[in-house]
Design a binder for this molecule. Structure first.
Ligand code: CMC
Length: 374
């Protein structure tokens, strides 16, 4: 066995998957063989969620059934609403999401059943309830009354409604839907690998998704969309952008929303999300962040040949939609639950305990001295 260390598992293929792939021949991320940008154009998020979980796009009967189940499972238990009401108001919503999914695991009657059928039912419940938990916290922390989910609304419409009490115009909802489609799945990224690692000990889906949420929170992964917005707020106006980015490069800072482990010449999700960012900016009549976006991107590509990843356009898009910055990564969660769940089920179907080795560089063998001799 080779002792060569591949830090960060760089370039290591650890398993097989049927869920998604970046296909070089079409230069695109694909879910179950479909290009993500085509799914954005022709499908609603619910269809893509079905595709990721069930391996194929639904026909209209399958979609209606899936949507009905999603809507029927949106509401939370009284207990979970109470827990959310008592959470510290300053909690990061990612920690709220993590805790809420963990509590769902305590309440779910099928927690210890990891059969494919039970896992599919539990995945759907987590998928349906997590937006409600997040929106409830969104309201409570600003002293507002919780808004219960509404069955007449789509997944995206309902999230806006539960957060803000109203559904925005359809172009804004479409842009949000597109962001969810683009965030839904991305193979063995760190949060998905975390979920698969937890699953590999034959632990349950609530635990695996709880761990995945913790992993997504970090700024090198999902947390980047919030960091992008902090950066844009710091830059403040387009006239400051060039100086800011040149300084950042001089200081060798990591510029959030740029770079990717897999894509080295551009994240295939960016052009689609950039287009919808522009549409939202136009509707909101606010081009400030678009101008900052373009200046920073141009310099990053020219000076470093580092391209933006999908977190770069989603950050300012969510800001223009009216979401608080610390809700950006939780929005990523409500979408990625689909990808995580598909991977958890795939791991269960062909499991092998994930247990890599480490090259030891600690002390040589030492004799234990009794306490009074140390
Ligand atoms: N800003 C400045 N320099 C960068 C950046 C960046 N965003 N990304 C990579 N580099 C440089 C890095 O300093 C290194 O330079 P050198 O070889 O001189 O040391 C080189 O590019 C290779 O980078 P790396 O960090 O070794 O590459 P990686 O594959 O380990 O890291 C990454 C990928 C995403 C962690 C990194 O690009 C990064 O930190 N980006 C900022 C955070 C971010 O936007 N994360 C979101 C990732 S994509 C969507 C998601 O998962 O949410």
């Amino acid at each position: 066995m080779s002792d060569e260390i591949k830090k960060g598992l760089l370039g290591i293929v650890v398993d097989e998957t049927e869920v998604s792939k970046v296909m070089p021949e079409i230069n695109s991320l694909t879910y179950r063989g479909y290009a993500a940008q085509d799914l954005c154009e022709y499908c609603r998020f619910e269809e893509v969620a079905y595709l990721i979980l069930n391996k194929d796009l639904p026909n209209s009967i399958q979609l209606r059934k899936f949507e009905k189940e999603e809507k029927n499972n949106r509401d939370l238990s009284k207990n979970l609403y109470e827990i959310i009401k008592h959470m510290p108001k300053k909690s990061h919503p990612m920690d709220v999401a993590r805790t809420a999914v963990s509590v769902m695991g305590l309440e779910d009657k099928e927690t210890s059943d990891s059969s494919p059928e039970a896992n599919m039912r539990k995945a759907l419940r987590i998928f349906s309830k997590t937006p409600t938990a997040l929106a409830a916290f969104y309201r409570i922390r600003s002293g507002k009354k919780i808004i219960k989910p509404k069955k007449s609304l789509s997944f995206s419409e309902n999230f806006f409604y539960m957060c803000f009490g109203k559904v925005p115009q359809k172009e804004i909802v479409k842009a949000f839907d597109v962001s969810l489609i683009l965030y839904a799945e991305h193979s063995f990224n760190v949060s998905t690998f975390t979920a698969r690692t937890i699953t590999s000990s034959l632990s349950d889906i609530h635990g695996a998704i709880t761990g995945a949420i913790a992993s997504l929170k970090g700024p090198l992964h999902g947390g980047a969309n919030e960091e992008v917005m902090h950066m844009m707020k710091k830059i403040k106006k387009p006239a400051n952008a060039l100086k800011w980015i040149n300084n950042a490069l001089k200081n060798k800072d990591v510029v959030m929303g740029f770079g990717h482990r897999v894509y080295k010449s551009g994240d295939s999700r960016v052009p689609t999300m950039r287009e919808y960012f522009g549409k939202v900016a136009k509707i909101k009549k606010d081009k400030t962040f678009e101008k900052i976006y373009d200046i920073v991107e141009k310099v990053m590509i020219k000076e470093k040949n580092i391209h933006p990843n999908v977190d770069y356009p989603t950050g300012p898009t969510y800001h223009l939609m009216g979401f608080d910055t610390d809700f950006f990564t939780p929005i990523f969660v409500i979408s990625r639950i689909t990808g995580w769940s598909a991977h958890i089920m795939e791991q269960h179907a062909a499991n092998k305990l994930i247990r890599p080795l480490a090259s030891y560089k600690g002390n040589k063998h030492r004799k234990v001295m009794q306490l009074n001799q140390r």
